[in-house]
Design a protein. Structure first.
Length: 578
């Protein structure tokens, strides 16, 4: 499937999105269930920067690309700004209808736009059901604007039911409906519109995925919705996906790493996509990610206030989450439980160890507030609590409050942090086969930037007119022979030069040498692809476990070059600038 990026994804380069196969399979299965009207609205929770928005935006684009006329996606991020209830209602309604027509007319460039009602009514001239709906909205805004939100909120259900389709609503940062939407006549009175979804959440023709990055906050909202939403939590990347992310970010930002430090980066970053990205892309000229010590130094820098990206994001999160509980006792509790991770403590022990002058009721309330703010986690009972289990969060928190509460010098905190990370490593498996494409992509990039010739990285002779150039892109691709037939490419490297050599690379991650049959299949694919390629292209094959003699002979006869594993790994990323 050649993906149409109708919705502009905030992740940037599409190649930076890796993994999440299990989560995406779940979402697609859930979407398929809506056709039978059996899928229930869902709450999708994760802390900031876990990749929630990237996953949901990719889900939208997959649904758009599939073009199932019965499955129409709608993505709306609740704005983090003060809006009156009526202005918010009109914005919501117009964006829903704009994306509806972007899908039904197959005009992807409309997806990121918001058309005025007059333009939407013109687009609906051949769709009486939708045209009448828009006219009714115009009338409400003109005569009784206070009813506009109720009408806008039910629009997905109403249009889906009338057209016998399913409109899947993805409402990102749902909790902001309770934070930023104010009444039309009193800008200080919050409307708390989340709770108006009591009825809309029950729709089986327009169910919602409501998502939020303040887990405790959104979780508390959903709890009051009396079982109307399933809850699903987004965790970190799998070991293999985290390793793939390391290689992808390193290739994208052209940062040197090694096959030894790549799994180490994934490990100490706790398989967290944001921690991995920040560690790699921040200060590219001032760090060394080719040694473990250099990785720890880079990650330690990221936790320094005023400098590190990780520290800045956590600081902003803490300012919002701590708004109601920011006192000395709360900070003491968080530092105390973080220091004892992964163990939990009961309320009596917390009060005794910290010498807190608080009643049990007051302490329980404070602990509950900290859990709701997603700064602590519940333990094995309502009486027990524990830290988040995130050593990087603990480091940022200690840097901010450690000197004040524990009277500890910053240098000691940093030394403790490095010892904790290095001693608590999970020893991530190399997962070499599952991330072979990502590693080969990185190695090809490094070799090309280092000035290697194509003959330097392959087995045997290379035709004189084939070169190893610098590339504008190296990514997975798909070429279509006709409307019914397409051929997938593991890696398609496009040369920067108009007269350069593009590469098509087949990557095999088998535990045994490549067989003759597998080689024959790639030769057949080469014959299909060759007439579809606009420029001179070399066909290469990479096999983790080598190539059998029979396969090697067949590939040579067909003009397919075999990448040498050891030679390809022998180059280092050159210093900047490139």
């Amino acid at each position: 499937m050649h993906l149409t990026y109708a919705l502009t994804e905030e992740i940037g380069d599409p190649d930076l999105f890796v993994g999440r196969e299990r989560e995406m399979a779940f979402l697609l299965d859930w979407a398929a269930g809506t056709k039978r009207r059996i899928s229930k609205s869902m709450g999708f929770l994760s802390r900031r920067k876990k990749g929630k928005t990237a996953l949901l935006q990719r889900f939208f684009n997959i649904l758009y690309t599939k073009n199932d006329p019965q499955l129409i996606p709608f993505y709306y991020r609740i704005p983090e700004e003060r809006l009156t209830k009526t202005l918010f209602a009109e914005s919501f309604y117009r964006r829903l209808l704009t994306q509806y027509f972007a899908f039904t007319t197959r005009t992807p460039e409309w997806t990121d736009k918001v058309f005025p009602l007059a333009r939407l009514k013109d687009l609906a001239r051949d769709d009486e059901h939708v045209a009448l709906d828009i006219e009714a909205m115009e009338d409400i805004l003109d005569r009784v604007p206070g009813q506009a939100w109720g009408y806008a909120r039910e629009a997905g259900h109403r249009i889906a039911a009338g057209r016998d389709v399913r409109i899947i609503q993805i409402l990102d940062e749902f909790q902001y409906m309770n934070r930023w939407i104010v009444s039309d006549d009193n800008s200080d009175r919050l409307e708390e519109l989340c709770y108006s979804y009591m009825g809309a959440a029950e729709s089986k023709v327009s169910p919602q995925i409501v998502a939020g990055s303040y887990v405790g906050w959104l979780g508390a909202i959903l709890l009051r919705m009396t079982g109307r939403y399933w809850e699903r939590h987004l965790e970190g990347l799998t070991d293999a996906d985290a390793l793939a992310a390391v290689y992808n970010y390193a290739a994208t930002y052209k940062v040197p790493i090694t096959d030894e430090t790549a799994p180490y980066i994934a490990d100490v970053c706790d398989n967290d996509p944001f921690y991995i990205a920040a560690t790699i892309y921040n200060r590219p000229d001032e760090k060394d990610l080719t040694t473990k010590a250099g990785v720890l130094d880079a990650l330690a820098f990221e936790t320094v206030m005023g400098q590190g990206e990780i520290a800045r994001v956590w600081r902003d999160y803490l300012l919002a989450a701590f708004a109601e509980v920011n006192d000395v006792n709360a900070r003491k509790i968080v530092l105390y439980l973080a220091a004892h991770e992964p163990e939990e403590r009961d309320r009596d022990q917390i009060r005794t160890d910290l010498k807190l002058d608080m009643t049990d009721i007051a302490l329980e309330k404070r602990l509950h507030q900290l859990v709701k703010a997603d700064i602590l986690a519940d333990g094995s009972s309502n009486f027990h609590y524990k830290g988040l289990g995130d050593p990087i969060f603990a480091m940022v928190f200690r840097r901010i409050y450690g000197s004040e509460i524990q009277k500890v010098k910053q240098a000691e905190i940093e030394d403790d942090f490095k010892r904790q990370l290095d001693s608590a490593r999970r020893q991530v498996a190399r997962q070499r086969g599952q991330i072979a494409e990502h590693r080969v992509r990185y190695r090809l990039l490094v070799a090309s930037l280092a000035g290697a010739a194509l003959g330097d990285v392959v087995v045997g002779e290379v035709p004189a007119d084939l070169t190893l150039d610098r590339f504008t892109t190296i990514r997975k691709g798909r070429l279509h022979a006709d409307l019914e037939t397409s051929v997938e490419i593991d890696l398609h490297a496009v040369s920067e030069r108009d007269d350069g050599t593009d590469l098509v690379v087949e990557v095999k991650d088998w535990e045994r040498p490549l067989t003759r049959d597998a080689a024959a299949a790639f030769v057949e694919a080469k014959e299909k692809l060759t007439p579809l390629l606009p420029r001179r292209t070399a066909f290469l094959l990479y096999s983790e476990s080598g190539v059998s003699p029979e396969a090697s002979t067949l590939l040579a006869e067909a003009g397919v070059l075999v990448l040498d594993v050891d030679k390809l790994a022998g180059y280092e990323m050159p210093p900047r600038p490139y």
